[in-house]
Design a protein. Structure first.
Length: 153
């Protein structure tokens, strides 16, 4: 679990190191902060026609990554990684990877999409590598000194 928690934290570092920017399919309205689509000629809620392209930058990717973690109840990360079962954590990470609605000119090579995919793979591998506990041995007090199940020869 500590390994997986560290991997989630390291994604932020990796995203911060990639300084490339990629144009997105959205624009920024500097008057109201909304993000109309690229095809829009003006921001309808505030009637502003000065729209600027939106870019996928390192800081934007980090903010979006943290927002995704918050949505999946993985941020702040200390609580879930201390209280949740590995299966719950893996499920939440997989949902984060599958539910992302990020589009930029980098396509599948966007660092955010790549890091979420890598994190999903690491989460699944971590779950496979964890050895469960034998509840029969624990309940009956027959757990071996070497932490191995003695029910199965």
């Amino acid at each position: 679990m500590n390994y997986l928690h560290g991997q989630v934290q390291s994604v932020i570092t990796v995203l911060a190191q990639d300084k490339r920017g990629h144009e997105m399919t959205l624009q920024n309205c500097i008057h109201c902060g909304r993000t109309p689509p690229r095809e829009a000629k003006k921001c309808h809620p505030c009637n502003n026609s000065m729209l600027f392209p939106k870019y996928c930058t390192a800081s934007y990717r980090i903010a979006e990554f943290i927002a995704i973690l918050e949505k999946e109840e993985l941020w702040p990360s200390v609580k879930p990684f201390n209280e949740c079962a590995i299966s719950d954590l893996v499920h939440r990470i997989m949902c984060a990877n599958e539910d992302i609605k990020h589009t930029c000119s980098a396509g599948v090579r966007c660092p955010l999409l790549q890091q979420l995919q890598i994190l999903s793979g690491l989460a699944q591998q971590s779950q496979k590598n964890i050895q469960g506990l034998c509840l029969v041995c624990i309940k009956t007090g027959r757990w071996a000194d070497n932490n191995e199940c003695i029910c199965v020869p």
